[in-house]
Design a protein around this ligand. Structure first.
Ligand SMILES: Nc1ncnc2c1ncn2[C@@H]1O[C@H](COP(=O)(O)OP(=O)(O)OP(=O)(O)O)[C@@H](O)[C@H]1O
Length: 879
């Protein structure tokens, strides 16, 4: 399931089936009467659960399943990685979230297998770890159910792993599942009876969920509950008490009758679905989310419509809380185990004007898009939460459809000005919204809609900007703050936990919030904040399923091991870590491997994107291989020209991109990615990069595969970071194969750096380059240009692919690092300076080398130069 245990040595591996035996997870079963420890591959379906068909005692070794995720590697700048707390804090937790990864087996040794275990797909332990036999009967239904109640941990082709956590159960409750349904269905699907400890845990974790609600009425927030004890707990809590607003006439909580809070059912269709079209044709029955049901899963039918649990005939007590203290209220409610559910009864909102928006008749949403929206609108109200779909799977349309369902004023926040334009263009493309009703709020545009309701699209940095604003920007902010918004849409929501972005959520009066992301991972511990900042995860799609159905491309992933040349390795070992980055990036064997792969794929008709975070390496490779490159410093006109030629010109089949191209770049022509240098161990960046080829136009061609190579200098820290980076994709089911040798490389014509002398000369150049060149693009810019930087809010590094107005195929945003913490700096200015810096350095180095009166060289470099000359002499100028 993870990296191939035995490296393969040529490109032929791509001919083999990716779901070959390496995909099989070894499952160790302890069978009475046999010595434990025999490892066996899961090879067949059906009765796979039973060891020898006996009533066995079972132990599944997670270590083998999770090999690639064993080591959590911290980026030096990230600080120590802390595992997310499940909030329970009992003795069971010791080492649980930390330890289960690769260290702890699922222990079912006290469990008896059910007689018909072969029909049941799940192994469930007493702590909520679940293994799914993806080949077993009912596995598909089990996965649909598990996605609703548990966190997907790892989903390769045959064995999937999930984990029940408190937030995952809250997500389940928020989409309408009841405790008893969760337990019953889990129990039916399990090969062994559910352990009573797990049952107790599920009951405990779900007991109070949904009993407290946070409601926005007439621009005021109220905490509501129908349970008197919970009301007492809330009112006595110090934090909540401090957030309470007491108006003169309302000394105590307000009490409403049950009829005032009766929960509606969904009696409308989500736009763009078959249901909606049936309704239009007048064939509609009451609409409910469509689900595949069967006898075993009968109880799950209620997903999305199990509102009965809340239709209690009880009075509802509520009190007002301060709008500006919302984050404290949400967090505190979560901490005291009374998570506040946020739902918006938009159909009955008569205070806020309706927005006349609907999907165009030609817009048809895909099944997984419908499924995700059904989770949001399952009970007639809009639930706040997060939808997770792979890159290129169409999150934009999901957001637009949600806006078309709510039909109230909406605020859309995204990561860059180019994304703003893209969102606006997509709204106009997929819905009937008119230009008058939709406007952008960016550095360059500050429009306000003039209709009673409308849509505003802006960037996180525009909204979160602190300090003095220009007059028109301030006016716009007042406009945004003064009104109630039916819907807040947060694109790339994984950036939201950064302090700068949480302001965006807390700044406005919003009824329903929807976060969209492909990668719900961060290298710090703050992804859990989304739970109370936005809401529970409502839906997470399975990447492999989408690939199988042709919605995203199938990708073959490989790590290519490039041995360091002896000279580079010697310097690598004796240089400080900063210089090492440049040495492993510029390893001549790696450059040759990149050249070989580019040639190989170009000759197959692929379009290749080469990614490098290191700008020095990016330029050096591209220039040496005669390819075009784009980084933050490339002028806008030049970027457009390069990207447009890459799309349309058959003679330009490869471009080099720095991290400005990581996210949201929409180049459906690209079919191959080669990564030559990357930002430490960022799992998110790896996945976002892969996303650039998931939307490949040719994805539905028969037998089509896209390719993703990560070039790694052997025996360097790159290998360490590389495994860490792959963690997220491996969990999505991607298998990274290892290539140790590229057959035919040596005999390739025009191979770059073929002689030791040329390699030494490259080494010399690398060693003589200023230390800053070792940094990744953004660090490099910061180091070099910090003093020149001017703060220009809203200006983000971005790419665009067409001239004039932004065409449909382009969508670019800034690297996340720039978006998540006060780095809203003008990229262009930085890069102008960097370009100057680079060329200045280059000029100096040249002068230094040719002895033409350049600046005095540092003694260290002089010493190196002498050493190099000695080596060269020794090798007789090494031919
Ligand atoms: N139901 C649909 N019908 C037609 N086209 C669709 C549909 N859903 C998505 N698309 C198209 O798929 C492409 C990718 O969609 P989109 O840009 O929204 O992806 P994304 O999930 O936001 O990706 P990323 O995370 O990489 O930004 C777009 O060209 C979009 O128009």
């Amino acid at each position: 399931m993870s990296r191939s245990p035995s490296p393969v040595s040529s490109l032929d591996f791509f001919e083999s089936d990716p779901s070959d035996e390496e995909e099989y997870a070894p499952v160790r079963r302890r069978v009475p009467g046999k010595a434990a420890g025999g490892s066996k591959k899961v090879a067949n379906g059906g009765g796979g659960g039973a060891a020898g068909g006996s009533k066995g005692k079972v132990k599944i070794n997670l270590t083998a399943l999770r090999r690639a995720r064993d080591v959590e590697v911290a980026h030096p700048a990230d600080g120590p990685i802390e595992e997310e707390d499940d909030g329970v804090g009992d003795e069971d937790d010791e080492g649980y979230f930390d330890g289960m990864i690769g260290k702890r087996a699922i222990d079912l040794s006290n469990q008896q297998l059910k007689a018909d275990h072969g029909l049941r797909p799940l192994w469930v332990d007493d702590r909520g770890n679940i293994i799914v036999e993806a080949f077993a009967p009912f596995a598909k239904q089990a996965q649909d159910f598990l996605v609703a109640i548990a966190e997907p941990v790892s989903r390769p082709s045959l064995i999937h792993e999930y984990r029940i956590t408190k937030p995952s159960l809250h997500s389940a409750m928020s989409i309408g599942l009841e405790t008893k349904v969760i337990i019953e269905v889990l129990s039916r699907l399990s090969k062994t009876p559910l352990n009573h400890r797990l049952i107790a845990r599920i009951e405990e974790w779900t007991a109070s969920f949904g009993k407290v609600r946070l409601v926005l009425k007439d621009n005021r927030y109220f905490l509501e509950t129908s349970v008197p004890e919970f009301l007492q707990t809330l009112m006595q809590d110090e934090v909540i008490r401090n957030c309470r607003v007491t108006r003169e006439k309302e000394a105590g909580p307000t009490v409403f009758g049950a009829e005032q809070v009766a929960r509606p059912r969904r009696d409308y269709a989500i736009p763009g679905t078959e249901e909606a079209r049936r309704a239009e044709r007048g064939e509609a029955e009451p609409i409910h989310p469509t689900r595949e049901n069967d006898a075993v899963l009968g109880a799950v039918i209620g997903i999305g419509e199990a509102d009965e649990m809340d239709d209690e005939d009880e009075a509802v007590h509520s009190f007002e809380v301060a709008g500006e203290r919302m984050e404290d209220v949400r967090r505190r409610c979560k901490d005291i185990d009374l998570p506040a559910l946020e739902e918006y009864d938009f159909r009955n909102d008569t205070v806020n004007p309706n927005l006349d928006i609907q999907l165009k008749p030609m817009t048809v949403i895909r099944p997984y898009q419908e499924m995700s929206l059904a989770k949001m609108f399952g009970n007639g109200r809009a639930r706040s939460g997060v939808i997770v779909l792979p890159c290129g799977a169409g999150k934009t349309l999901v957001g637009i459809t949600a806006a078309c369902t709510i039909k109230k004023s909406a605020l859309v926040l995204c990561t860059s000005a180019v994304s703003v334009a893209q969102w606006k263009q997509q709204f106009l493309h997929f819905s009937n919204i008119s230009e008058r009703q939709i406007c952008a709020f960016t550095q360059g545009e500050k429009e306000m809609f003039t209709t009673p309701a409308g849509i505003v699209i802006s960037t996180y940095s525009m909204i979160a900007k602190t300090g003095k604003r220009a007059h028109d920007a301030e006016k716009m902010m007042q406009f945004l703050r003064s009104r109630e918004w039916g819907f807040l849409l947060l694109d790339e929501v994984h950036v939201a936990p950064a302090d700068m972005f949480r302001k965006c959520i807390n700044n406005f009066k919003v009824h329903a919030k929807l976060g969209l992301t492909a990668t719900l991972v961060r290298e710090d511990d703050r992804i859990g904040d989304l739970g109370y900042l936005i809401g529970p995860k409502l839906y997470e799609a399975n990447w492999m399923d989408l690939a199988k159905n042709g919605h995203i491309a199938t990708v073959q992933c490989a790590e290519v091991w490039c041995p360091m040349t002896p000279q580079f390795y010697r310097e690598y070992l004796r240089n400080p870590s900063r210089k090492r980055i440049l040495l492993h990036a510029m390893n001549p064997n790696k450059i040759q491997a990149a050249q070989f792969l580019i040639n190989y794929h170009e000759s197959r008709g692929d379009k290749v994107i080469v990614f490098s975070d290191n700008v020095f390496a990016l330029e050096a490779y591209a220039k040496k291989l005669g390819k075009s490159f784009i980084h933050g410093g490339t002028p806008e006109g030049e970027r457009l020209r390069i990207l447009s030629r890459f799309q349309h010109d058959p003679s330009m089949n490869t471009i080099f991109l720095s991290k400005v191209g990581d996210t949201s770049i929409d180049l459906p022509e690209a079919t191959c990615l080669i990564q030559i240098s990357s930002h430490f161990g960022s799992r998110r960046q790896e996945a976002q990069r892969l996303g650039r080829i998931l939307r490949a136009k040719r994805r539905n061609d028969e037998g089509f595969n896209a390719f993703f190579y990560s070039l790694v200098s052997k025996d360097t820290q790159e290998m360490y970071y590389s495994s860490k980076r792959q963690g997220f994709l491996i969990d999505q089911g991607y298998a990274f194969k290892v290539i140790t040798e590229l057959h035919g490389l040596e005999s390739m014509p025009n191979l770059v750096f073929p002689t030791v002398a040329q390699q030494i000369s490259l080494l010399e150049e690398v060693l003589n380059t200023g230390d800053a060149a070792s940094e990744t693009a953004d660090h490099y810019m910061r180091l070099n240009n910090g003093k020149h930087m001017k703060r220009v809010a809203g200006a983000q590094p971005s790419l665009s692919t067409g001239a004039g107005s932004i065409p449909a195929v382009q969508r670019f945003t800034a690297p996340l690092e720039h978006l998540s913490g006060g780095q809203n700096l003008s990229y262009r200015e930085q890069n102008k300076s960097i370009n100057k810096e680079l060329s200045r350095e280059e000029r100096q180095n040249k002068k230094g080398k040719s002895g033409q009166g350049g600046k005095e060289q540092h003694p260290l470099f002089k010493k190196r130069k002498l050493e190099m000359e000695a080596v060269r002499k020794e090798r007789g100028n090494g031919a």
